[in-house]
Design a protein around this ligand. Structure first.
Ligand code: AGP
Length: 608
């Protein structure tokens, strides 16, 4: 969602800010803007649309200032417009602020400030911050910001600057990430380390209720009681992953092709073949509690939620646990029974998803042990959880999650195996799972090598406006994830259903204009899936099947088939989703969609 980049140093700020905004584009946004100060004058330029639209506006004026801030906005309060884009300012045009998060009490504050004769120019919650700072400012920006944040309820990652205070930028964090970058006599700040990596690997991630003050001659960090803090500088080893498509047309395609490596990274060093078990260093501190747990609740959103649904089936197969899966945005309002025997496992690529954070905070309050499977190292969820496992899949830039999904499924299998081996899973069963996991990267490579077949099918199916995706057992969550991939990037209506549910409603939609994607595996549901496909064919529905190689009879009943290699039923979804990712990708491409940045979507959903 929204992104922040700020700079203070000897270079011209404008080009660094624009470059930073481009690196934040993958998060999703609908307007952008920047503010640069020079010789006590603040210049603010904002534009609706892409960063390139902002650049066009900037081409008409050269900004020579050495400190400034910029923002990409994903609209929450007020539609995408130039007035609502950040940075926002005070009445005198001296102060600029950019804000990520939501100011929950902004209405009350706005009324109070209007009564004090402040003039608002936007419909955003964020603008109150600029006017509050103005209200409290008497020559000392730091104190004004400290007083301001004491008035704010909600979440914020904030940057504030004043035209009269050369090269000073004040950053504050509560619930929305702020990373400080330390260069040679120059300082950066951003909401995402990706924006800083071309300039410096030396970073400090602010904790909640911390403030960083960047100045011409240095920086310091304080808490909100105005006490100086000693913070160690971390080295952010992500430079290899700088946003580069490496010759692929889109990040999504690159990330689909990175899956063999991402899967391998998920299990590398985590398999103990001699004992038929997995070894997860991140869970060792809580292993005793895990052995004694009675109930597991998986919480997540979107694609991570579908990984969670599959996680339930995987845990049911390998452990004796009672497993529930909840959409994170519902979890916190439910009256779920939880105590110290309960483990709540959060799945999240970004580690920033606001709903998932709210859910695990609620579970923590109830005494559950909180674990995380997170891709972004040091992210909010990684910090809140007691223990967890990193995906180590490298950054995912495409809004549509691909490699993290398959990586999550591998890690869920490893966690289930770890616990299952303390329960009923035998050495032989454990070894069988391990051997099958080791084969996955090569099997995914084989599917990817058949890309042209999927591309040709996508061209044939691209004109349809509605799709049904069906599967049973392990292939049921796969059907939902396949449908999500198609709808989010191609804007085609697609529904994922348990195949058995089809005759309870959706079958009424079937005709020659409503194709079905059926996911079929050689497991106990095979014959029932064939019956469902025949029911669709009997109603003139076109059927494309994703089938594993042992399912030869599928050929006789479907219009088209994509074959995938066979593995254990509980791992089959890792293979089955890959052609569906490609299918969605090529349909979206055929329809000319903005694949990496689909409309209205954001990569990190940081509002509830
Ligand atoms: C995936 O394709 C989506 N864009 C989205 O559903 C995503 O999976 C969801 O927002 C959860 O994100 P997270 O894994 O970063 O928590």
């Amino acid at each position: 969602m929204c992104g922040i980049i700020a700079y203070s140093g000897g270079r011209i700020a404008e080009s660094i800010l624009i470059d930073g905004l481009k690196r934040l584009e993958y998060r999703g946004y609908d307007s952008a803007g920047l503010a640069v100060a020079r010789r006590k004058k603040m210049t603010v330029v904002r534009a609706v649309g892409k960063v390139s639209d902002l650049e066009k506006k900037l081409a008409r004026r050269k900004l020579a200032g050495h400190y400034g801030m910029a923002h990409t906005r994903w609209a929450t309060h007020g539609r995408p417009s130039e007035q609502n884009a950040h940075p926002h300012g005070d009445c005198q045009g001296k102060i600029s602020i950019v804000h990520n998060g939501i100011i929950e009490n902004y209405q009350d504050l706005k009324e109070e400030l209007i009564a004090q004769k402040h003039v608002f120019t936007s419909q955003t919650d964020s603008e109150v911050v600029a006017h509050l700072v103005e209200e409290y400012f008497d020559g000392d920006l730091e104190t004004a910001v400290l007083k301001t944040v004491q008035r704010l309820q909600g979440t914020f990652g904030l940057a504030v600057m004043h035209a009269d205070i050369d090269r000073q930028i004040v950053m504050v964090k509560r619930g929305s990430p702020i990373i400080i970058g330390i260069g040679e006599n120059e300082y950066f700040a951003a909401s995402d380390a990706m924006a800083l990596l071309p300039y410096t690997e030396k970073i400090i991630s602010l904790n909640d209720d911390e403030m960083a003050v960047l100045n011409a001659g240095g920086y310091y960090i304080k808490n909100l009681n105005n006490e100086l803090l000693e913070r160690e500088i971390e080295i952010c080893a992500g430079r290899d992953y700088l946003a580069d498509k490496k010759g692929y047309e889109h990040f999504m395609l690159k990330e689909i092709f990175e899956q063999p490596e991402a899967i391998e990274n998920a299990f590398r060093g985590r398999l103990v073949e001699a004992e038929g078990v997995s070894k997860l260093g991140g869970l060792e501190p809580v292993l005793e509690r895990l052995k004694n747990m009675k109930k597991l609740i998986i919480v997540s959103c979107g694609t991570s939620y579908y990984a969670g649904l599959l996680g339930r089936y995987i845990f049911e197969n390998l452990t004796a646990l009672h497993v529930e899966v909840e959409v994170a945005s519902e979890f916190r309002y439910r009256k779920l029974k939880m105590n110290e025997d309960t483990v709540v496992l959060a799945l999240s690529q970004s580690g920033e998803t606001a709903d998932t954070i709210a859910a695990i905070r609620e579970a923590k309050r109830k005494g559950a042990l909180i674990l995380g499977v997170v891709n972004v190292v040091g992210s909010a969820i990684a910090q809140i959880t007691a223990a967890g496992v990193y995906n180590h899949a490298g950054p995912e830039f495409g809004v549509a999650s691909t490699k993290i999904y398959t990586s999550q499924l591998v890690i869920l299998t490893l966690i289930a195996l770890l616990i299952g081996r303390y329960q009923d899973v035998s050495y032989n069963e454990g070894s069988e799972v391990i051997q099958a996991i080791k084969k996955l990267p090569k099997q995914v490579e084989k599917i990817l090598a058949d890309m042209e077949h999927v591309r040709a099918l996508a061209q044939a199916y691209a004109p349809f406006e509605d799709f049904l995706f069906i599967g049973r057992l392990f292939n049921y969550p796969t059907a939902m994830e396949g449908a999500l991939k198609l709808k989010e990037i191609s804007y085609i209506h697609a529904e994922g259903y348990a195949a058995g549910e089809m005759k309870h409603g959706p079958i009424s939609l079937i005709d020659e204009n409503f194709p079905t994607v059926a996911i079929v595996s050689q497991d106990c549901t095979f014959d029932k899936m064939l019956s469902n496909i025949q029911e669709i064919k009997a109603r003139n529905g076109r059927v494309l099947s994703v089938a594993s190689q042992g399912c030869g009879r599928v050929r006789d009943v479907c219009d088209d088939v994509i074959w995938v290699p066979e593995t254990l039923p509980l791992l089959q979804p890792i293979l089955n989703i890959v052609p569906l990712q490609l299918f969605a990708y090529f349909i979206a491409r055929e329809r000319g969609c903005d694949i990496d940045k689909p409309r209205n979507l954001a990569k990190s959903v940081t509002v509830e």
